[in-house]
Design a protein around this ligand. Structure first.
Ligand SMILES: [Mg+2]
Length: 233
C-alpha cells in the first residue's frame, strides 16, 4: 500500500466556525466605513443590490469573494462620493480592514494541537473556497501550501483545487488525504479526484453526500487517531 504523504485541509467550519467570524468582520468593516467616510451610511439593502448587480455582470465574482466584496464597497462609495479614485482607494483600505478581522478566528479546541502533531509526519496544506489566509492565521508554521478558489478559478466541488495541490506536491491522488466539513464540496469532490478523505462532521451533523469518507470524525481532536487508522489499513 502506498503511504500517505500529504494532508490537505478545508479551513472554514473545519478548523473554526466561520459564521461568527464573518459577522464580526462585517461589523468592523461597517464601523470603519462610518468613521472613515464622512456622511456614509452602510445600507444593507443597497449593498445587497450592488452585490446582485456585480454578480450579474461577472459570474466569476461568485467565488472571487475578496474581489466581490471590494467591488461592492467601491460601488457603494462611488454612489456616495462621486469620485472614482477615492472610492477605489477607500474600498482597498476597507478590504484590508475586513481581511484582518476575517483572519481573527477562534480555532476549534485542540485543532492546533492536532495539526502540530500530524505536521511532524506529513506535508500539510490548505484548499479553500474562502479568503482565509494561512499566514495571517499563523498556520504557515505547519502548512507548506495553500490555494484558494479565487486563485485557481473554480470553487470546490470543482476538482481544480485538488488538481493544483497534486501538481504542487507531485504526489498521486491516493497519497493525499483531504479533511473537510462539507459532505459534497469536500468529501464527494475529493473522493471523485481519488484522494483519501476524512469528514469532520461536527455538531451540525449534515446528511452525507453521494460517497463515503474513509473516516468520519465528530471532533477535530480525533484527527491524528483517524489518520493513524487510515495509514495502517
Ligand atoms: Mg468548510
Amino acid at each position: 500500500m502506498t503511504p500517505l504523504k500529504v494532508v490537505a485541509f478545508d479551513l472554514d467550519d473545519t478548523l473554526w466556525h466561520v459564521h461568527p467570524v464573518i459577522v464580526r468582520a462585517e461589523q468592523i468593516l461597517r464601523d470603519w466605513l462610518h468613521e472613515s467616510v464622512s456622511g456614509f451610511r452602510y445600507d444593507e439593502e443597497k449593498m445587497k443590490t450592488f452585490r446582485e448587480d456585480a454578480l450579474k455582470e461577472d459570474k466569476s465574482l461568485g467565488y472571487r469573494l475578496t474581489a466581490l466584496r471590494r467591488h461592492v464597497i467601491e460601488r457603494a462609495l462611488l454612489h456616495h462620493l462621486n469620485h472614482d479614485e477615492d472610492a477605489e482607494r477607500l474600498s482597498k483600505e476597507a478590504m484590508d480592514v475586513f481581511l484582518v478581522a476575517r483572519n481573527e478566528v477562534e480555532f476549534f479546541e485542540g485543532a492546533l494541537d492536532a495539526i502540530a502533531e500530524i505536521s511532524v509526519v506529513y506535508q500539510l496544506g490548505a484548499l479553500t473556497n474562502g479568503n482565509a489566509d494561512i499566514r495571517k492565521l499563523g498556520l504557515d508554521k505547519y502548512f507548506s501550501f495553500a490555494f484558494s478558489a479565487e486563485q485557481v478559478g473554480a470553487p470546490k466541488p470543482a476538482p481544480d483545487l485538488f488538481h493544483r495541490a497534486l501538481e504542487h506536491t507531485g504526489c498521486d491522488p491516493h497519497e493525499m488525504l483531504y479533511v473537510g466539513d462539507d459532505p459534497i464540496k469536500d468529501v464527494d469532490a475529493a473522493n471523485q479526484v481519488g484522494l483519501k478523505t476524512i469528514w469532520v462532521r461536527g455538531a451540525a451533523r449534515p446528511e452525507p453526500g453521494d460517497t463515503e469518507a474513509d473516516e468520519v470524525i465528530e471532533d477535530i481532536r480525533h484527527l491524528p487517531g483517524a489518520i493513524a487508522r487510515l495509514s495502517n489499513c
